[in-house]
Design a protein around this ligand. Structure first.
Ligand code: AMP
Length: 397
């Protein structure tokens, strides 16, 4: 269990509470296209408002690289949050984040008020965890709450540095929930425990595969990363994604799975094309028999059945990474099959953020899963068994 202080351990009445959220939401022409990360932060915000705190929210958005970029302003988030909370969230428009405007907005706050600061990455110090900006952020508040699971794998001013300069710090409800679900699934799973990994690269998931092989009963690998494993088994993959330098590692993992008695499932067939686009000729061939000039973009029908069967027998399932190029309809069937199989079982089902979370929501299976993580990178690092700096920095109970 989490030994960190949580918002339930705080007395915030009349105090200024700086809350780091993950409001890094997709925007199109200034309109938020997916507000899951914002709604996920509401329980903590409402709790602190209800307890009479002065709630100062902060977050990053995108990568403005240390300078103000109007298209990455958090202004649309303030507007949306005001609607969700039914109360005005004052946007402290300030290119330096903690400038005169922000200070004035905070000085005016009454108990239960909410202010949102500008994008923390407008400041170049943020991603370097430099002391001056951490101190500036801390100067606005008495207490700090970290509810930004999606940013907790980064040691930045607003996730780590700031904790050194406030009187007290705690994690928010979202952070608590994410760590409880992911932590229980990985460290204390009801078995059989099945993990499914996909996405483009083996190199991004090296430590995840290694760590999960210590924990799971079945490990399923699909997506672009499966072709490196196919080559490790002596197959031909044509023009498919391949990381040749990772072939020895893939061999090692296949051996490790055998030694550990882990059921290691790789695609048996694959949907191939000559061009990387949706509207083009495609066909299914056995994995490992992909002709020159063709590339695999999705798992085939037999693999979909094989993976779905393995998922159906599970009591805990963790999934990270699509099974194919799901952004193109003709190559989304594998990802859909996995989502469908997970949605149909009576088990703890956890989606590790990023593309798989987007796919599950897009396909309409969101409410069928036990937990959809708001953090892609953070949940991967958690699955690697790493300590998340944003969590470690918060006060212990
Ligand atoms: P990642 O960022 O590593 O989780 O990878 C996600 C991306 O992998 C998605 O954009 C998918 O389109 C892509 N992907 C999945 N399978 C394949 C494949 N067989 N070939 C090329 N890209 C793939």
């Amino acid at each position: 269990m989490l030994q960190k202080k949580t918002v339930d351990d705080l007395q915030v009445k009349g105090k200024r509470v700086l809350v780091r959220c993950d409001f890094n939401v997709p925007l199109q022409d200034g309109v938020i296209t997916d507000d899951n990360r914002i709604t996920a932060a509401l329980p903590t915000i409402k709790k602190l408002m209800g307890d009479g705190g002065k709630v100062i929210l902060c977050s990053h958005m995108g990568k403005p690289k240390g300078e103000p970029k109007p298209e990455l302003s958090l202004a649309p988030v303030a507007k949306h949050l005001s609607e969700l909370l039914g109360k005005e969230v004052v946007f402290a428009k300030d290119d330096t984040v903690v400038g005169e405007n922000a200070k004035a907005a905070v000085a005016k706050m009454q108990d239960g008020d909410v202010v949102l600061l500008e994008n923390t990455r407008y400041r170049k110090e943020e991603t370097k965890n430099e002391e001056n900006f951490s101190k500036e952020l801390a100067s606005l508040a008495d207490v700090y709450v970290d509810d930004a699971f999606g940013s907790s794998h980064r040691a930045h001013c607003s996730t780590v540095g700031v904790t050194e300069f406030v009187k007290e710090s705690a994690v928010g409800y979202l952070m608590e929930k994410e760590i409880a679900f992911l932590g229980n699934a990985v460290n204390n799973p009801v078995r059989p425990f099945v993990a499914i990994l996909g996405g483009s690269k083996v190199s991004d998931k090296i430590n995840v595969i290694n760590n999960l092989l210590e924990k799971v009963d079945t490990l399923i690998i699909g997506g672009g990363m499966a072709y490196t494993f196919a080559v490790a088994q002596g197959g031909h993959v044509g023009e498919s994604l391949l990381e040749e330098d990772k072939v020895p590692y893939a061999k090692e993992m296949i051996e490790k799975a055998k030694a550990k008695g882990v059921n290691f499932l790789l695609p048996v067939d694959t949907v191939i094309t000559k061009e990387f686009k949706n509207d083009t000729e495609y066909k299914t061939v056995p994995t490992g028999e992909i002709p020159e000039g063709w590339m695999g973009l999705d798992i085939g029908e037999k693999t979909r059945e094989l993976f779905a069967d393995a998922i159906k027998g599970a009591k805990t399932v963790v999934w990270n990474g699509p099974m194919g190029v799901f952004e193109m309809e003709n190559f989304a069937k594998g990802t859909k099959a996995v989502a469908e199989a997970m949605a149909s079982i009576d088990a703890t089902t956890i989606i590790g953020g990023g593309d798989s979370a987007a796919a599950v929501n897009q396909l309409g299976f969101g409410d069928k899963m036990t937990h959809i993580s708001t953090g892609g990178g953070a949940s991967l690092e958690f699955l690697e068994g790493k300590e998340l700096p944003g969590v470690a920095a918060v006060d212990d109970k």
